[in-house]
Design a protein around this ligand. Structure first.
Ligand SMILES: Nc1nc2c(ncn2[C@@H]2O[C@H](COP(=O)(O)OP(=O)(O)O)[C@@H](O)[C@H]2O)c(=O)[nH]1
Ligand SMILES: [Mg+2]
Length: 406
């Protein structure tokens, strides 16, 4: 993969470096015999299969899934490079039709024809809730001591399982993607990002080139999704306020496809549900930006945030207007609630939320008008050996599939 290097611009906020969007010139840049060839004209860098493969071996790809079509999920699996460990965290329904059992069956069959290592778990499995209770990781539990519903909750479980298996990097890819080729590109982007990073603390965020839509029998390629346009704006307002210079550096506020090094991920708090991606940026700034006076820096290294633009378009399931409204509400609320958000931005966001609330049907809507976000504690506090032991002691909890072992 060959891409812009170095990034054209970097915002530096305390120990956080946010790099501007980087463009891909070659999805596959061939063999690079001599490492000096990696960088040409001082403006691009290339990583060949060997470079990327090495990083993929240390990477787990976490796929959150909730009631998606099986063939969509299967397509996503097919796009993930073989070296990666795949961890599917499902919150699909168990009754009246056990969709989770269907997913397990599909993965089992798929493993007979591919040589991938795939693990699958259900996030609401009572055994998992019991384990979290035992190790006192209660911020992932609801009032009934059950693991909470939500995509972010699934992601946190995936990070823990990756750490348990000694992975250095975690990447997240949604299960409702129609193009396996795009999935393949995301993983190569993650690996290239980690290869570029000079810090063990890094976050690689994918910006889609376009999100195709069909209207009036024609295909269109809009640049921004309906949520990211707004969350990017407010995140940029926030950074402009912090640095004193107007910026449009953030292009990936709601990047569902992103990756984090384990050294960073295990130190982060994660916000519940769909606010998880914008909150990652906020949490990194809160912890490493040196903005909050009494915050103690949790690591000696800098955090590098890379944003890389795909060549493939992003085409996923259309979940409807209400879904978009609730995502927008959760994303804006999480920015608004941050200790680093100033009053002018808070006022703008509150007004935006008010308009959104008026436009959305309050009875049928998923829009709940909530003004708080639930946060999950950093997983670093969890004794990982103990967690591992408890998972192994619950034989049906985490199922592993690998062609060579079947
Ligand atoms: N594990 C888990 N996955 C979820 C949950 N809710 C949604 N997902 C998955 O998270 C991904 C993103 O969700 P989606 O509804 O497509 O949101 P969007 O693409 O960001 O608009 C998809 O793969 C969903 O199947 C959940 O409660 N738990
Ligand atoms: Mg989706």
């Amino acid at each position: 993969m060959r891409l812009d290097f170095p990034p054209k611009h970097t915002e530096i906020i305390g120990a956080v470096k946010i790099h501007s969007l980087q463009k891909i010139y070659e999805i596959d840049s061939g063999n690079i015999a001599n490492s000096k060839n990696q960088q040409i004209n001082n403006s691009t860098i290339a990583f060949d299969h060997k470079d990327l493969s090495k990083i993929c071996t240390d990477m787990a790809i976490i796929i959150p899934v909730k009631n998606e079509k099986l063939s969509l999920l299967e397509g996503v699996l097919s796009g993930i490079p073989n070296e990666c460990l795949i961890i599917i965290v499902s919150n699909s329904q168990r009754t009246p039709v056990d969709r989770y059992a269907m997913e397990v069956e599909m993965v089992k069959q798929f493993s007979q024809f591919s040589n991938k290592r795939i693990s699958i778990i259900h996030q609401r499995d009572p055994n998992l809730s019991r384990i979290f209770h035992k190790i006192n990781y209660t911020s992932i539990l609801d009032q009934h001591s059950q693991v909470r519903r939500g995509k972010a909750e699934g992601m946190v479980i995936g990070i823990l399982l990756s750490k348990m298996q000694g992975k250095k990097y975690v990447g997240f890819i949604d299960s409702d993607n129609y193009f396996p080729g795009a999935v393949n590109e995301y993983v190569k982007i993650f690996a290239s990002g980690f290869a570029m990073s000079k810090s063990p603390l890094s976050n690689i965020r994918v910006c889609w080139r376009s999100k195709p839509k069909i209207a009036n029998n024609k295909i269109y390629f809009p640049r921004w999704g309906r949520v990211s346009e707004h969350s990017n704006k407010y995140l940029n307002d926030l950074i402009s306020y912090i640095t004193g210079y107007e910026t449009d550096i953030i292009a990936t506020g709601n990047a569902g496809e992103h990756a984090i090094s384990m050294s960073l991920a295990e130190n982060m708090e994660f916000a519940s549900g769909y606010s998880v991606e914008p909150y990652e940026l906020i949490n990194i700034l809160e912890k490493f930006g040196g903005i909050i006076k009494d915050s103690t820096r949790v690591h000696k290294d800098n955090v590098e945030i890379f944003q890389i633009e795909t060549r493939n378009p992003h085409f996923h399931e259309n979940k409807g207007d209400e879904h978009v409204a609730s995502m927008l509400q959760e994303s804006l609320t999480v920015i608004n609630n941050s200790k680093i958000c100033n009053t002018d931005i808070t006022r703008d966001i509150k007004n935006h939320l008010l308009v959104l609330q008026q436009k959305t049907n309050p009875i049928s809507s998923k829009f709940n008008g909530s003004t708080t976000n639930h946060l999950m504690e950093p997983i670093k506090t969890i004794p990982i050996d103990k967690f591992n032991e408890l998972v192994i002691d619950s034989p049906k909890l985490l199922q592993h599939f690998n062609a060579s072992e079947l």
